[in-house]
Design a protein around this ligand. Structure first.
Ligand SMILES: [Zn+2]
Length: 317
């Protein structure tokens, strides 16, 4: 009997379940809002229904599943499968997710934090193919990283490796979601770029960013900064360069510590391309030690919107 794989992607705003064949080809997908406010029991039972619904859409029975891969915001324990309290799932407190799903579906279940699972998918299917030492960095609402070394995810002692977004670059700098100040994430995440853009526009309102945001300063987002910079808007260009400087600084630290062959950067770096990546590369060359700086390639991530689906599935292929 042909066996199939199930992938589950748990985010703060949306849930996704996918069914794939053994090669990782996605056969069907179901997406629902997380409705995290209703609590972990509600979300977990919704996930179970979504898996059944996805299977029904491709006329596959539970007995034809060989494994389930789960990508979820951390902190979590990959061995016990317990999800602690992810910032985007406020009431989750030590939820034994792996045990619940293994019992429910009677198949092996693998769980990883979403940055690690995404890094693994990029290594297996995307821009990390063919490399032994890969770092994938998220650059959207937050900044995190997954490290894949010789085909294995690097977890650290308690599954917390890769928190590159919380290296402090400006002591007493802007407040970060983690409670500290001046973290890379508080300077270069999408919301952080938007905040800096809004502050800059207050002083200098003649900018395309404002037009792109419909004339409303509070509506300016990082995507407006990227688009305006691509059209030659000087203020937006300046903001992109500041962002690239701090990203480059953070990546130089990472390059010195991890010595990767390739650093793949997601979302904002994919949208901005070389406009952001070239000054990042120059900063890394200036700031990192010579040998690891010469080794590393800094590239946009490749999987785009498919990364969430492939992240969960890649864990069980
Ligand atoms: Zn932080």
């Amino acid at each position: 009997m042909t066996q199939y794989l199930v992938g589950i992607d748990i985010g703060g705003t949306k849930l996704a379940t996918v069914v794939a064949d053994n090669n990782g080809t996605i056969l069907h997908k179901v997406r629902q809002p997380t409705e995290a406010g209703y609590g972990s029991d509600y979300v977990v039972s919704k996930l179970i229904k979504m898996v059944d619904q996805t299977l029904a859409l491709v006329e596959i029975s539970r007995s034809q599943i060989s494994a389930i891969g789960i990508s979820c915001g951390g902190p979590l324990d990959t061995k016990t499968g317990i999800v602690y309290s992810p910032p985007n799932l406020p009431d989750w407190d030590a939820v034994p997710l792996k045990k619940i799903l293994t019992t429910e579906f009677q198949v092996p279940t693998v769980i990883e934090n979403d940055a690690n699972a995404s890094a693994y998918a990029e290594w297996k299917f995307g821009g990390g193919q063919g490399y032994d030492e890969v770092v994938f960095m998220t650059m959207s609402t937050g900044i995190g990283a997954g490290i894949v070394s010789k085909g294995q995810i690097y977890h650290g002692a308690s599954d917390c490796a890769g928190e590159v977004g919380h290296q402090i670059l400006i002591p007493n700098g802007p407040l970060c979601g983690c409670g500290n100040r001046g973290c890379l994430e508080a300077i270069c995440s999408g919301p952080a770029i938007a905040r800096r853009a809004q502050e800059a526009i207050q002083k200098q309102p003649e900018t395309e960013m404002l037009k792109l945001a419909g004339g409303k300063i509070t509506a300016v987002k990082s995507e407006h900064v990227v688009a305006a910079a691509q059209n030659g808007d000087l203020l937006a260009f300046d903001l992109i360069h500041q962002t690239a400087f701090y990203m480059g600084w953070g990546i130089a630290n990472l390059v010195n510590i991890v010595n990767p062959e390739v650093v793949l950067i997601g979302t904002i770096a994919v949208a901005a391309g070389d406009l952001l990546l070239d000054p990042i590369r120059r900063t890394v060359q200036q700031m990192a030690m010579t040998r690891p700086a010469q080794t590393v390639r800094i590239l946009p991530a490749k999987l785009g919107d498919r990364i969430g689906d492939l992240a969960s599935i890649s864990l069980v292929i």
